[in-house]
Ligand binder design. Structure first.
Ligand SMILES: O=P(O)(O)OC[C@H]1O[C@H](OP(=O)(O)OP(=O)(O)O)[C@H](O)[C@@H]1O
Ligand SMILES: NC(=O)CC[C@H](N)C(=O)O
Ligand SMILES: [Mg+2]
Length: 501
């Protein structure tokens, strides 16, 4: 999960892109980039770091033009080298730049094809650079000096035919506008919207609706799975279905953890979905122990707050903020490397002892992935004097790797992989562990006013919706991308790309 944004505006879009990236920062903290287009010239700035660290005034001043795209990165392929920061650029045809959220599952085959059949060169190990080259090739074979909307949409169809995995993409075709597209399963989110200015209508494409909201754009809608939206520099917008068999199966983990609660995804309010998760979890707690002795419900900030609040309401138990979060530390789960993640939990969260002393506390988190957070938190609760420490997770046990854009490539790093609930409870040191049931989670997200019947919930059930993920593939990514392997990777930051200002 990275954050992507594209804007076709009526005046310089640099500041709006920057602002949108800060709103999407929770989707990627490793690198950030913006490319703008002014006439036939492109201006690029990208580097490792948070948005506020990557763009200084001098960079912003050079990012001129009324049209541009941006990206915040959380790597799922290749390395954390700044050479893999996005947007990526290819000069032919037309000069295309691209920002991608997701992960391709057939990247090895595509890399071979690109080199052997398409006669193209890819300079990094990033799957997003491969995706860009596939799109560029599919556009090039149309052989047009001036591509039309039909050509752009045909190129997206070509991408759908060749690429497998999860992808939400914005690409800028220099001189011809911006295109956004979503994979045929709609695994990763992407929306578009508009705002009216005195000079005319401006359009924005973004990962989450909250980016539109904050910048004064109104949401038009989500892109459907397989669909593309194309906006010319003059502001003509067209959409088209470019896949043969689109079927919506959005990533359910977006609702659990990745997205901001004030976003609406595929018509579903993330906030409401999280409230319903809390409700369902309370029902399960009452089923397991109708005469429980929980004195207080305490969330583990930030993401679990919404569901914890509703859980407490439903149980009729006090809700208390027992942990204070250091607002200057980012999200720990999306940090690269276990050492950094472990250290950050303690720096990030501190207990208010009086909320724990002598009490039976129910700690609530949105999910338990590697177990880094809950192990330390449970210990902190005990040190703060809790009598009993119970723990519940608004998501079911995470037992299988993610291959569609969340960096969970290694089953063995997942604390619940191959373990029962009781075994996990013992490992993390809790007196009672309650996981949400998967059916309840699906109902919480897809059973509101807007119905969604199918999800990518592979991390919970091992079912991969793209149908191309087998044991051999999972073994390969486990070998290539487990924490140890990543730590040993040499990282080259040399960019062969546009001049990076
Ligand atoms: O079991 P783990 O491997 O520790 O992963 C799960 C934890 O990581 C996330 O928190 P994070 O600190 O990333 O972000 P948040 O502040 O949005 O909750 C998530 O909300 C859980 O608390
Ligand atoms: N999290 C993502 O969406 C990552 C995008 C891309 N696979 C990368 O590693 O840069
Ligand atoms: Mg958390």
């Amino acid at each position: 999960m990275c954050g992507i944004v594209g804007i076709v505006g009526k005046s310089n879009v640099n500041q709006a892109l920057y602002d949108a990236l800060t709103v999407l920062q929770h989707r990627g903290q490793d690198a950030a980039g913006i490319v703008t287009s002014h006439g036939s010239r492109l201006f690029l700035r990208k580097d490792n770091g948070l948005v506020r660290d990557v763009f200084h005034t001098r960079h912003m001043q050079r990012l001129i033009g009324n049209i541009g795209i941006g990206h915040v990165r959380y790597p799922t392929a290749g390395s954390s080298s700044s050479a893999e920061a996005q947007p990526f650029y290819v000069n032919s045809p037309y000069g295309i730049t691209l920002a991608h959220n997701g992960n391709l599952t057939n990247v090895e085959q595509l890399s071979r094809e690109i080199y052997e059949s398409d006669l193209r060169h890819v300079n990094t190990n990033s799957d997003s650079e491969v995706l860009l080259n596939v799109f560029a090739h599919e556009l090039a074979v149309r052989g047009k000096l001036q591509p039309t909307a039909d050509d752009i949409f045909a190129a997206v169809s070509g991408v759908h035919q060749r690429c497998r995995g999860g992808y939400a993409v914005v690409a800028m075709v220099t001189g011809y506008g911006i295109v956004g597209f979503r994979d045929p399963h709609g695994i990763r989110p992407i929306v578009f919207g508009q705002r009216h200015t005195d000079e005319g209508v401006e359009y924005m494409i973004a990962s989450e609706s909250v980016a539109l909201d904050v910048l004064g754009f109104t949401l038009i809608r989500d892109l459907a799975p397989g669909e593309a939206v194309y906006i010319t520099p003059e502001g003509q917008l067209q959409t088209r279905q470019c896949a043969d068999n689109p079927q919506l199966s959005p990533c359910i983990f977006e609702h659990v953890y990745l997205a901001r609660p004030d976003s609406i995804m595929d018509g579903v309010s993330v906030y409401k979905a999280r409230l319903r998760m809390g409700e369902k979890l309370a029902e399960k707690i009452l089923r397991e122990r109708p005469d429980h002795d929980i004195d207080v419900v305490i969330p583990i900030p930030d993401t679990s707050r919404t569901s914890a609040l509703e859980l407490a309401n439903k149980l009729g138990v006090k809700f208390r903020e027992g942990f204070v979060k250091n607002r200057y530390i980012g999200r720990t789960f999306i940090m690269p490397g276990q050492a950094a993640r472990k250290k950050s939990v303690r720096q990030k969260l501190n207990a208010i002892d009086l909320e724990f002393r002598g009490k039976n506390v129910m700690l609530v988190d949105d999910s338990i992935v590697r177990g880094t957070t809950c192990k330390q938190i449970i210990q902190m609760a005990r040190e703060a004097g809790a009598k009993k420490v119970y723990f519940c997770s608004a998501a079911p046990a995470v037992r299988y790797p993610n291959v569609y854009g969340i960096d969970m490539p290694s089953a063995h790093e997942l604390i619940a992989h191959g373990r029962s609930t009781e075994e996990v409870a013992e490992l993390i040191g809790t007196d009672w562990l309650v996981y949400q049931d998967l059916e309840d989670l699906k109902e919480a997200v897809g059973g509101g006013k807007i119905k969604i019947g199918q999800f990518d919930s592979a991390v919970f059930d091992g079912q991969y919706v793209t149908g191309d993920v087998n044991e051999a593939y999972l073994d390969r990514i486990e070998q290539a991308r487990n924490d140890l392997a990543k730590a040993g990777q040499g990282v080259s930051n040399d960019i062969i790309d546009l001049h990076n200002n």
